[in-house]
Design a protein. Structure first.
Length: 226
């Protein structure tokens, strides 16, 4: 029985829960009424969240270790795809999609694809990654903007850079995202918008790295808008 559980994928577990719910709905008398039906669903949910997902997350953490090591060495192709000895982020993200580690693997896979110039794949992986963390969430949006910018889709890049800047107010990262939005606006020949973003950096983040040289970018955007 334990071997069968270990081989069951997250999608299969979800399918089984849905099948139980459908069966209960269609055959209420066979499951001894509504109370029993609720019990079946509750027990299935308890198993998934208290046993199955924690176990799967532990497996994912073990599986992702070498991919993280390769990522730290800038071996992005190896980190993404793995090899015969260990899994890459793409495999972990797919096999353990319902776990926290599988979710994080999507972010790493997106960054790997970005560095490998696989921009469409990068966007797909980053879109699958979800987080409430103020920094990581903003970095995800910024990386998505980078993928669009590298593809020449500057309007989309601007949208994501602005989302990154607005995700949380951080003196280290927000001016950086605004600066990238300004550069993308210049690429799109939207000089007035670029100037506004540079001026925001000057006014709100004057001591940031971007703020120290921002006047020359304001002047460049002003000249472009004439």
């Amino acid at each position: 029985m334990s071997e069968e559980i270990e081989e069951t994928t997250g999608e299969e577990i979800q399918d089984r829960i849905e099948q139980i719910e459908e069966y209960v709905t269609e055959n209420p008398k066979l499951v001894f009424g509504g109370a029993a039906a609720i019990l079946v669903i509750v027990l299935a949910a308890i198993y998934v969240f208290a046993k199955y997902l924690p176990d799967e997350n532990l497996k994912a953490q073990k599986a992702i270790y070498m991919a993280e090591f390769a990522f730290a060495k800038d071996s992005f192709a190896l980190a993404l795809n793995g090899n015969m000895a260990y899994k890459g982020f793409a495999d972990v993200a797919g096999k353990y999609s319902m776990t926290k580690t599988g979710n994080l693997a999507n972010y790493y896979a997106g960054i790997c694809c970005l560095n490998l110039k696989k921009y469409d794949e990068s966007i797909k992986y980053l879109d699958k990654f979800s987080t409430n963390d103020a920094i990581l969430g903003a970095l995800k949006l910024s990386a998505t903007g980078d993928a669009y910018a590298e593809s020449g889709k500057f309007d989309d890049a601007i949208k994501y850079y602005e989302k990154a800047a607005n995700f949380s107010d951080n003196e280290s990262y927000t001016p950086y995202f605004l600066f990238k939005a300004g550069l993308a606006n210049e690429k799109a020949k939207k000089y007035a918008e670029a100037k506004k973003q540079y001026e925001t950096i000057r006014d709100k983040y004057p001591t940031s790295e971007e703020g120290r040289d921002i006047e020359k970018y304001i002047a460049r955007a002003s000249a472009g808008s004439i």
